[in-house]
Ligand binder design. Sequence first.
Ligand SMILES: Cc1cc2nc3c(=O)[nH]c(=O)nc-3n(C[C@H](O)[C@H](O)[C@H](O)COP(=O)(O)OP(=O)(O)OC[C@H]3O[C@@H](n4cnc5c(N)ncnc54)[C@H](O)[C@@H]3O)c2cc1C
Ligand SMILES: NC(=O)c1ccc[n+]([C@@H]2O[C@H](COP(=O)([O-])OP(=O)(O)OC[C@H]3O[C@@H](n4cnc5c(N)ncnc54)[C@H](O)[C@@H]3O)[C@@H](O)[C@H]2O)c1
Length: 469
Amino acid sequence: MTTEQPVETVDVVVIGTGPGGEDATGRLARAGLDVVAVEARLVGGECPYFGCIPTKMMVRASDALAEARRVATLAGRADVEPDWAPVARRVRDEATTDWDDTVAVERLEKAGARVVRGRGRLTGPGEVAVATADGERRFRATRGVLLNPGTEPAVPPVEGLADTPYWTNREAVRASEAPASLTVLGGGAIGCELAQVFARFGTSVEVVEAGPRLILPDEPEASELLASRFAAEGIGVRTGAQVVRVGHEGPGFTLTLDDGTQLVSERLLVSAGRRTDLRALGVASVGIDDSGRTIAVDDRMRAADGVWVIGDVTGHGAFTHVSMYQARIAAADILAAGDDGGGGDERADYRAVPHVTFTDPEIGGVGLTEAAARDAGIAVRTGVTDLASSSRGFVHGPGNEGLVKLVEDADAGVLVGATAAGPAGGEILAILTLAVQARVPVADLRRMIYAYPTFHRAIESALADLADV
Ligand SMILES: Cc1cc2nc3c(=O)[nH]c(=O)nc-3n(C[C@H](O)[C@H](O)[C@H](O)COP(=O)(O)OP(=O)(O)OC[C@H]3O[C@@H](n4cnc5c(N)ncnc54)[C@H](O)[C@@H]3O)c2cc1C
Ligand SMILES: NC(=O)c1ccc[n+]([C@@H]2O[C@H](COP(=O)([O-])OP(=O)(O)OC[C@H]3O[C@@H](n4cnc5c(N)ncnc54)[C@H](O)[C@@H]3O)[C@@H](O)[C@H]2O)c1
C-alpha cells in the first residue's frame, strides 16, 4: 500500500539540472528562495558527464597525437604510439569523478537548495509530482517552476538498430579502449568530433550522413574544409546516404545502405540528433503544447504563467552557453516577478549565439550563415580569406588549414554572421562574436590594428575581401 505524501510548499521547483538548471538553482537559493531541484540522473546534466567536458578531453588527447605526428615536418622525430588508457582515466577520474555528482549536489545544498532525486512532471499550475525511488513526492511552487529537461540521444527508426548494442555519446565517453573500427551514424557536431578522435587513436572510421554534407548548420566552406581534412586523415565520409538495416552478428555491426553497400565495424556510434519527451514532462497540464520537440519561450524565458523554460528544449541552440545565458535571465525574472510582478530587466537576444565544433580544424560560427542571411532578406556581402596563406598560417605549416568568412548586412554596414575555422577557430571567433553582438561598423573593424602575426589578423583580409565585391 502506498501512503499519500503531504504536498510540500516551496518557492520554486526546478525540473532538470542541466548547466542552466544547476546555475539557476544556485542563484535562486543564494537569493534566499526555498528551492527544490529535481534531477533524474546527474546534477549538471549532459555537459559535464557525457557531453562537452569528457569529449573535449578526448579531443585534447587526439589533438596531441596529431601535433606529435607533425613533428616530423617541423622538428625532428617523435615516435607516436596511441594509448587510450590515459584518456579513459582522465575522463573517469578528472572529468566525471566516475560519473558521480556529489560535489555538484553539495554545492547546491551549500547555496541553500534541496536536491530531490527522481523524475519530475508538472501536474497543474505550480504543481509538481516527482517519481522517486521511494514513491511519489508532491510539491506546490508558489513562485514558479523552472524546466530544464535537456535532451536524450535520438535513435533513428532503422530496421534492426534498436536491438543492437550501439553506442550513443553516453557510451562513447565511457569507452575503455579505442575500437578497431567504428561506423558513425550522423555527421553533425557529435559525430564529427568523435569520428576524428577515434581515428587519431588508430580506429578505422566511416561517417554515414543522411544530409548533403557534414556539419550542415555551418557554412558550406567549413564543411568542405572538414571533409578534406577527414579525407587526408583517412576518415571515410558518405553523405546523402540512407541506412536501411542494421545487424549485429558476432562481434560486429553490419550497416546496409540504400545503394546496397554494406559497412562492417566493431562499434556503431549513433549521433543522429537529439529528442525530447514533452508529454512525460506534463507540460500540457499548464497549457503548453506537448506535440513538438521544443517549448516556445518569450525573451524572459516564460512559457506559461509561472513556468520558465531554459536550455536545449527552447530550440535557441543546444549549447551549454545558451542554457547558462538563459538561466541568468530566467533567475532574474523569477526573482523580480516575486517582488513587484513586473519581472527582470534583461531580455534574451540571440543575434550573436556562437558555437564551436572542436574538430581539427576547429569550426567556429556566430550569427547568420550567408544562406540564412539571404533567406532573411538581408542585402548580403561576404568576404572570405584562407587562413593557411595568412602570415601566421605560413609560419604554422602543417595543420594550418582554415578560413575566415564574414557575412555583412551591406545596407547597415555591420556583420550579421561569421565563421572562423582553423587551428584556433574558436578563439578567433571571440572578436567576431563581439562585432556581431555590438553591431560594430565594418568601417571601424577595418580601422582596427590586428596583431602580427596572429591567426585573428586574417579577419583584416576577410574584411578587405568584403570591399572587393
Ligand atoms: C557529446 C556532446 C558534446 C557536446 N559538446 C558541447 C560543447 O562542446 N559545447 C557546448 O556548448 N555544448 C555541447 N554540447 C551540448 C550541451 O551538452 C547541452 O547543450 C547542455 O548540456 C545544455 O543542456 P540543457 O541545459 O538543456 O540540459 P541537459 O544538460 O541535457 O540536462 C538536463 C537534465 O535534466 C534531467 N531531466 C530531464 N527530464 C527530467 C525530469 N522529468 N525530471 C528530472 N530530471 C530530468 C536530465 O537527467 C539531465 O540531467 C554537447 C552535447 C553532447 C551530447
Ligand atoms: N562543440 C559543440 O558545441 C557541440 C558538440 C557536440 C554536440 N553539440 C550539440 O549537441 C547537438 C546534438 O548533436 P548531434 O551531432 O547528435 O546532432 P546534429 O543535429 O548536430 O547532427 C545530427 C546529424 O545526423 C544526421 N542524421 C540524422 N538521422 C540520420 C540517419 N538516419 N542516418 C544518417 N544521418 C542521420 C543529420 O542529418 C545531422 O547531420 C548539436 O546540434 C549541438 O547543438 C555541440
